[in-house]
Design a protein. Structure first.
Length: 167
């Protein structure tokens, strides 16, 4: 097995588990990030009156990457918050929108910006918490879409057993 696919050592796993025990539960972080996504939608509606929002897609739990791969930690992709009817943020409003959402994203530590696309009619920006991987994604093409991923957290029922048993 090459190093890239080798499981995290027991010492590094124990340290990762201790970090997870200091974080809010997956469920609490889910509720917090969903609220942040809704605040971002409200900021868009202030700038583009008439925007309405609906949740689409199911949430999806994911395994955590190293050094959390041997823990019971999980990540969570939230449902997508999509403007309806399909309505993008206008190009001339986009910079102001990004300025408005920056402090909202910072409330979950998502302060590291990343621009995937930023062209007329095609915007895709991410804000990432560099400490735990929590990510907020905002895109605008045919519609405006706001998504989020809760970084690695322990589900409430795993706080007593943060490390996966070895078989």
């Amino acid at each position: 097995m090459d190093d890239q696919h080798k499981p995290t050592s027991s010492q590094d796993t124990a340290a990762a588990a201790q970090r997870l025990l200091q974080r809010p539960s997956l469920e609490d972080s889910d509720a917090q990030l969903q609220g942040v996504v809704e605040q971002i939608g409200a900021a868009a509606t202030e700038l583009v009156p008439g925007l309405r929002w609906e949740w689409q897609r199911d949430k999806m739990r994911l395994d955590c990457s190293p050094p959390y791969d041997q823990t019971n930690g999980r990540m969570l992709n939230l449902r997508l918050y999509v403007s309806t009817p399909n309505q993008p943020i206008p190009d001339n409003v986009w910079p102001q929108f990004i300025d408005r959402i920056r402090p909202i994203a910072a409330t979950v530590g998502a302060t590291a910006p990343g621009t995937m696309q930023d062209q007329p009619g095609n915007h895709d920006v991410r804000f990432v918490n560099p400490d735990d991987g929590t990510t907020i994604k905002v895109g605008s093409q045919v519609a405006t879409v706001i998504g989020g991923t809760v970084g690695c957290r322990l589900p409430r029922d795993q706080f007593n057993t943060p490390i996966r048993p070895t078989s």
